[in-house]
Design a protein around this ligand. Structure first.
Ligand code: FES
Length: 169
């Protein structure tokens, strides 16, 4: 559980300001403000991860398939046919839940499998690394406590709460 936020309260958070195509409506999607690419698991486009702890419009929950705080979708500023990315804007949004993260398919399809395997190999390369200050050894993201573990909300590196070392999940 996060100590930083309370469910039902509003916070100024970084949001991707996007304009939908073709109807030109503006929406704000809470994100982790760290633009990056994940070439190591075949995601070369720069993107932001969605912070599903915070509320977004139902249309956006639908668009990004993010109903429980977890999603495989990310915001890709340069190459989406569904929206134009306008900016990252601090926006007041309601906290809906304490956890969020990347949804990696448990039973990948044949098409998803090569990416998922690369992800798993990448994950293994982090096992045993320390999360000093409860920060992720990948990009320094603040990790979240979940079920007695520390989990990174960006790419799910998971650590033991006592040793702060990344573990095999
Ligand atoms: S930032 Fe990538 S797993 Fe933490």
């Amino acid at each position: 559980m996060s100590e930083e936020f309370q469910i039902g309260e509003y916070y100024w958070r970084p949001c991707a300001e996007i304009m939908t195509i073709p109807d030109g409506r503006i929406y704000y999607i809470p994100v982790f403000e760290h633009l990056h690419a994940d070439r190591q698991f075949d995601f070369p486009e720069e993107h932001y991860h969605i912070d599903g702890r915070f509320e977004m419009e139902p249309r956006m929950k639908q668009q990004f398939n993010c109903w429980d705080g977890y999603t495989a979708a990310v915001i890709v500023p340069e190459s989406s046919s569904n929206y134009s990315f306008l900016s990252i804007a601090k926006t007041k949004v309601k906290c809906e839940r304490y956890d969020t993260g990347l949804r990696v398919p448990e039973h990948p399809t044949e098409k998803q499998l090569p990416k998922v395997e690369k992800y798993r190999d990448w994950y293994k390369s982090y096992i045993g690394k320390k999360c000093e200050g409860k920060l992720c050894p990948h990009f320094g993201t603040a990790m979240l406590e979940k079920d007695g573990l520390l989990v990174c909300p960006m790419h799910n590196l998971t650590a033991d709460l006592q040793t702060l070392e990344i573990i095999n999940t």
